[in-house]
Design a protein around this ligand. Structure first.
Ligand code: NFS
Ligand code: SF4
Length: 658
């Protein structure tokens, strides 16, 4: 114990106008203040982040410390054990990757367990909904599919994919999907992943006091572990979810808090694993439960999603979605939420207090995520209706006894979601599950300048959604096609970008493509684990041809402008290791002008990988991305074609008008 450290003067009041650009959330924050309720926005305003921690300049890996290395004297000072600032930053970075990767890969492994139990017939509530996808995935890793029955293929696929997690030596199965030259780079640097369990264990081991004290060596294992997530755990989660629940195709859906209904029993499921929400859909369609809701005076049962499992269901089934990460407490302030069920990841403990204030029934459902004082109803896929039915029953009781005044922001945004990587080529004029030729052609002829994945969280240290929206606006205006996942997808959906009409916000080239196809200028791929779809899309672009031999050659980039979670760092690192320039906003856990900074921001690219970038300003971030895309276009020799297309545009319009 140390003596109480002197903290802040007076906590700062929250400036709602500058805290969020989501009008529904702003309305609820004002109501929360009237009601005397505190949210993460208020706590963020009151709590100054530790500047040394923000720079990743402290280490508490042993009790000789904690050791704090101030940025100014970084190179003069070392920890008690002698660890340098580069070692300390790299070890902290590594721990974020180990934890973020563990979250995704554990989720993926759960999906795989579910798959095994479905194949074995031990779980009957789910089945293989997309046998074509099953065959494709099996085929992609060399499993024979011709003239074999589904169960046989599925069993082989299960056995093979289990290696993604458990394999002690050798390359993970989906390494077969990586473009040859990218894989060569990985082999050269020794970063082709073995099983995720092994990689995460190895990386965690290295960060122990007195083990790996060479930032370069640590970063090699960081890449290997992160790749075990992107091309391993996350990719398995995505592919198995598609096989079991159906591959998304474009679907019209509504988002925002206006999806809550005052006269219905409102239930929110918030978290990351699609199974619970899939089973909830069955429960809320059960005539007996619907009748029970009506007997309680409700017009019906209204199930809505939130955060990533919500985005999953939004993409797959068009289920309404009420909001992203920084709106999870605010939505309870409506007073209209009768029950909220949560599973894992990004579940704020603060939800418990807010739920209590508004008399909302909050339930944890996963053995990994309990919250002190919150009732736990465990979800078990072997008896898949038990937990969802109990949540519905509790919600009906709460509805019947509603005491709270209800205020639902009257804001709803309709858009088109559900663009799987399979669908992108179809939409652009190829045959379904055919090639990426139309996309590549449009990039080569310059109508599309390049592709940017804009993904990731909200963070109360910046204005909610604003950084996402400003960045995307500038990118599409410059003919960069934007693909999205996670909370970022919701930010843009709430801002109205998911309609074909939003194409008018794009530059001439991108607009022309969007209008021809009838697609929005931003394409939503689903939850964060579905960033793996972006990797597959990149691999397809390379294989289709004309845009270089490796992912590092492509005119593409990635961004997480409002990131907050360790998962985001892991995702960033697997994109970088795959060859993608990846720019983060808010803050970056690094001390400027250190060897470690140079390694992440420059050296990795010279080694054949992608590299990291940072800017807290969305407009600067957009320019960094565009500059990078143009650099790649130039290297590919397609910079001229773009100029020509742009010059030809007005000429052609003149011709057409004549
Ligand atoms: Ni991704 Fe989903 Fe959102 Fe960030 Fe959290 S919900 S997995 S981590 S905050 S995008
Ligand atoms: Fe300090 Fe080294 Fe212990 Fe870290 S591992 S707390 S730098 S002595």
């Amino acid at each position: 114990m140390v003596e109480k450290i002197k903290t802040e003067k007076e906590p700062k009041a929250l400036d709602i106008k500058n805290a969020t650009s989501c009008d529904a959330t702003a309305q609820m924050l004002a109501k929360a203040e009237k009601d005397g309720v505190e949210t993460a926005f208020h706590r963020a305003a009151a709590m100054r982040p530790c500047p040394i921690g923000a720079d990743s300049a402290c280490c508490k890996h042993c009790s000789m410390g904690p050791c704090r290395l101030n940025s100014k004297d970084s190179y003069g000072k070392v920890g008690v054990c002698g660890a340098t600032i580069d070692t300390i930053m790299a070890r902290n970075f590594a721990r974020m990757i180990a934890c973020g990767g563990a979250a995704h890969t554990d989720h993926g492994m759960n999906m795989l367990n579910l798959f095994r139990e479905v194949i074995n017939g031990n779980i009957k509530d789910y089945s293989i909904k997309d046998p074509i996808k099953l065959q494709e995935v099996a085929n992609s890793i060399g499993i024979e599919v011709e003239d074999r029955d589904i169960k046989e293929i599925a069993t082989d696929l299960y056995k093979e994919l289990e290696r993604t997690y458990t394999q002690v030596e050798g390359e993970i199965p989906f390494a077969k999907r990586v473009p040859e030259k990218t894989l060569e780079t990985w082999r050269k640097h020794g970063v082709v992943p073995r099983g995720a369990m092994r990689e995460i264990m190895d990386l965690s081991h290295r960060t122990h006091m007195g083990v790996d004290q060479d930032y370069k060596n640590l970063m090699t294992q960081c890449s290997r572990t992160a790749l075990a997530d992107g091309w391993g755990g996350s990719m398995v989660a995505t592919e198995i979810s598609d096989i079991l629940f159906g591959t998304p195709t474009p679907v019209k859906a509504e988002v925002n808090m206006g999806c809550l209904k005052e006269d219905e029993v409102n239930i929110i499921i918030h978290g990351h694993e699609p199974n619970l929400l899939e089973s909830m859909v069955d429960s809320v369609s059960d005539p007996i439960l619907i009748q029970a809701a009506k007997d309680a005076g409700a017009a019906g049962i209204n199930l809505v999603g939130m955060c990533c499992s919500g985005t999953d269901m939004l993409s797959r089934h068009g289920l309404p979605h009420v909001g992203n990460f920084m709106s999870t407490e605010a939505v309870l302030v409506t007073g209209a939420v009768d029950a909220m069920g949560v599973d894992v990841q990004c579940i704020k403990q603060g939800l418990a207090t807010v739920a209590e204030c508004y008399d909302t029934k909050l339930f944890t459902t996963n053995p990994r995520c309990r919250i002190e004082g919150v009732e736990h109803i465990e979800f078990d896929e072997h008896d898949a209706r038990k937990c969802p039915d109990a949540i519905v029953e509790n919600a009906i009781i709460r509805f019947k006894n509603r005491k709270m005044p209800i205020e639902i922001p009257n804001i709803k945004n309709t858009g088109i979601h559900g663009f799987s990587h399979e669908y992108i080529n179809y939409m652009l004029g190829g045959t379904f599950r055919g090639s990426y030729t139309p996309l590549n052609d449009n990039i080569i002829n310059g109508r599309i300048r390049g592709v940017a994945g804009v993904v990731g969280c909200n963070n109360p240290r910046v204005k909610q959604d604003w950084v996402h929206v400003e960045l995307v606006k500038e990118l599409i205006r410059n003919d960069v096609l934007v693909i999205q996942t996670g909370c970022s997808q919701l930010a843009l959906a709430k801002a109205g970008f998911y309609t074909p009409e939003a194409a008018h916000l794009a530059g001439d080239g991108l607009r022309e493509v969007c209008e021809t196809v009838g697609m929005p200028p931003v394409l939503g791929l689903g939850p964060c684990v579905d960033n793996s779809r972006i990797l597959i899309a990149c691999a397809e672009m390379v294989k289709t041809g004309g845009l270089g031999d490796s992912i590092a050659d492509l005119p593409v980039a990635g961004a997480a402008p409002e990131w907050m979670s360790e998962k985001a760092i892991c995702i960033g690192q697997y994109f970088v290791a795959s060859g993608v320039y990846t720019v983060f906003g808010v803050t970056f856990p690094i001390v400027k002008d250190t060897k470690f900074e140079k390694y992440l921001f420059e050296d990795l690219e010279e080694m054949g990988f992608g590299k990291w970038g940072f800017s807290a300003d969305p407009h600067e971030m957009a320019q960094m991305i565009i500059k990078h895309i143009d650099k790649k276009r130039k290297a590919l020799g397609i910079d001229k074609s773009r100029e020509r297309v742009l010059m030809d545009m007005s000429d052609r319009q003149k011709l057409e008008a004549a």
